[in-house]
Design a binder for this molecule. Sequence first.
Ligand SMILES: [Zn+2]
Length: 278
Amino acid sequence: MITRTEPPATVSKRRRPPRAVTATATARPCDMRISIIGCGDAFGSGGRFSSATLIEANEGTCLLDCGPSTMTALNGRRIDPDRVDVVILTHLHGDHFAGIPFFLLDAQWIRRRRRPLTILGPPGTRRRLHDTLEALFPSSTAQTPWSFAWTVEERQPGETSVQHGFTIRTMEVVHPSGAPATAVRLAAAGKVFAHSGDTEWTEVLLELAAGADLLFLECFAAVPMRTHLDYATLVARRAAFDAKRVVLTHLGPGMLAHLEAVDRALFEVAEDGLSFEL
Ligand SMILES: [Zn+2]
C-alpha cells in the first residue's frame, strides 16, 4: 500500500521543504492513488487543463494521457514529472498526446532525467510522436543527446501488458483519431481504475467498467452527439455500469453549462486537482 506521508501527488522530490515530509501527514495508506491533472476538453473550456491523469501505486507511477497543458498543470501543482515511469496514451488526438514533446524536452533540459521512460500507445504512436516532435522542435529527434532512455511501445487494442506493477489492458472504442482509440483498465494491488478515453457509446464500456473500483467516463456533451459520450446517454445506462464510483470527465462547454443537473447520487464530477484513493 502507498504509505508516503507527503500530500498526495503534489510535492516535488527536489524542491520539497524538509519539514513537509513529516509535518503534513494527510494521506492515509492506500493501494492506488488517482490524481486529476487535467479533465478539460481540447479547447480548455471552463479553464480546465487538457487530459492527464496520474496513477500511483507501490511499484510505479503512470500518466494516462498527456495533453498540451500537462507540464503547466504538473508544475502548477509541484508534481515532479520525473516520478512518472509510464505514459499511457488512450488515443492520438492532440489534446491527449501533444504534451509529450514538452514532457520529454523538460525531462532532458530542465530535470536532466536519468530514469527510463516508457510511452505506451496504440499502433501509430511512434510515427505520430516523431512527426509532432519534429513539427514543434525541428531536429529534436535526431540531435537531442538524450540523458535518459525513452521508448515507445505500440499495443494492439485488447492486449495486456505489465509495467511497474500495473497490469494495463486496452479496449478499442469508437472515436476517429487516425489510429485505434482505446479505453484503459489499470490494475495494481487488487484495485482497478478504468478510463473510457474518448468515445461515443459502445457496449465495450460495460466490459471496461466490470468490477472497477473507480471509473472515469468522458462526458463531453449534455445531449447525444457523434464521437463523444453525453450525459443523457450515461444517465440512461448508469445502472448497467458495474463500478463502485463513476466520475464524469473531459467536460465540454455544453456539459459544463449542465453541471447543476448532474445526479450526484449516480456520478461524481471531475475537477483539476482532485485525488481518489483506492
Ligand atoms: Zn479525442
